[in-house]
Design a protein around this ligand. Sequence first.
Ligand code: ADP
Ligand code: MG
Length: 651
Amino acid sequence: MTALLELKDIRRSYRSGDQIVDVLKGVSLKIEAGEMVAIIGASGSGKSTLMNILGCLDKPSAGTYCVAGQDVAQMSNDELAALRREHFGFIFQRYHLLPHLSANHNVEVPAVYAGMGKAERHQRASELLQRLGLGERTAYSPSQLSGGQQQRVSIARALMNGGQVILADEPTGALDSHSGKEVMGILKQLKAQGHTVVIVTHDPAIAAQAERVIEIHDGEITADRQQTRQDDVAPSLIEPAATKVQPSGWPQVIGRFREAFSMAWLAMAANKMRTALTMLGIIIGIASVVSIVVIGDAAKQMVLADIRSIGTNTMDIYPGKDFGDDDPSTARALTVDDMAALGAQPYVKDVSPAISGSMRLRFGNTDVPANVAGVSEQYFGVFGMTMSEGTTLSSEQMQAQSQVVVIDQNTLRLLFPDQKKVVGKVILIGNMPATIVGVAAEKKMMFGGGNSLRVWIPYTTMGTRLKGQSWFDQITVRIRDNYNSKEAEQQVTRLLELRHGKKDFFTFNMDTMVQAAEKTTQTLQLFLTLVAVISLIVGGIGVMNIMLVSVTERTKEIGIRMAVGARSSDVLQQFLIEAVLVCLVGGALGITLSFMIGLLVQLLLPGWTISFPPFALFSAFLCSTGIGVVFGYLPARSAARLDPIDALARE
Ligand code: ADP
Ligand code: MG
């Protein structure tokens, strides 16, 4: 029959400086199932080193170690973790409990990694603590327990997954004699129930209580003797090992995830100030990205709405080659016939010419300069103007060259400071009297407007009576809604070219301007977003930095978790979750902050409509998770790659 634990010529050496120190010098040893073995030796003789090799926390430099006939050198790290988790139970001189967890939770840890359900493992941990006399103290944290009590918690933890082989390294070394006796009593009971117990000690009195004593001196076994003992072992205190629970698939994954999550939360809560400062980077980053996107969007909408209010589906046609061209040969290019031809096109909704000039307006003693525009009856439709009083000009008035005028609000205010109803009154335009037929309502506009006065009269009246010209300064066309304005522009150009036989005009489309404005705001927004993204990256680097510090600080915790059976992937997951959690909470706070910024902007600039599209919020969350994963990965990996024994040795 193969022995449960079998060491063959095990050597372990450490490199210290440029010297190689042999700590174990060829240890061969067999331990059968159910034995209680004491390993005794002076301090520094290599007992702990041997124990760590027995517990698969450390690997020998040479020699073979078989557990139940299986060579551990052939096992993967995850298989070794499983061995520690399922078969071994460690008891350390310094207890090695996780300080921020309750007694009960400490006992549960190995079961978490074994995939036991939450309720079940809680129950089993309580039972174990109860049987070890700690039923009253399950909720205490290690610092609230005495040494003996802490050691009993660690025994309960060793038994959590069965603890077929109990490995106790100086279990009584830090205890007073009374607590030491208690612990030894428990270990003897465990042996009586069939557990294999290996105790390392430098105390002959402790060793005397085992039935087999192995003496080790300077890394070599000097004696190995059986001693008969008639021990009065108390009746069973602790139930035999629990049947192993190994659910696979989702419940186990979720259980481990939940543990990692709650650990991450605890770790964050334990270092509030540091966590808050780390988060600050993410908060600022996310808040600036979201604010810039959202406020930038609002600004863009505002500008575009302004431009659209002028009309994006209108097109202006001017004589000449470009603005500012006053070549007399082309000045007369646009005619009444052109207007009629344009009006007949299927894609044209309204068309209006304009003959403009600066003239003085007079009423009573008031005499002011104004822009006078000769337009057709369709002009008001082209620009979507409404009247606050009276009506627009009519086609009859065009034909009759009527002396009628539509005035704007500025004119109303200047000429009729305290009159409300002005339709029917006669004003002088230059020297021509004209009857007011309508008052145009105020139109919110970003460009123009201002304080200048504008009045509109029939183009026929303007052409014949005021300016003496039969050609137009401009023709404005409103395209039907379902028509593409680019195509319409091409068709207008072709039509007029055909009619004139040459291109003595040019077109100006508002759409072009909208696109230009859109492009400008987009470029600006992109630039600002880039700056914000940089701040986000800086925040991410902050997270990485803190996580690296955290890993260094918690090396011991990682070691303990690995000793009780955590896989590398469990450790990786825990630290990744921690990084993601920091970023997610930071992201949520950042979004809240940007909400407040949005609200403030709304208060200061009432005209703006700030909206938070769900997509922006979703991508902010996605972004913070991504940052957590990207910047948390390196620290998490360095945690997962720690060697359990190195990690445990770190204080
Ligand atoms: P014991 O537990 O019997 O007191 P250890 O097994 O802890 O002794 O250590 C045995 C010897 O190995 C000691 O001299 C110690 O200095 C040395 N040693 C232990 N661990 C290391 C290490 N990680 N690096 C270098 N030397 C070590
Ligand atoms: Mg030791």
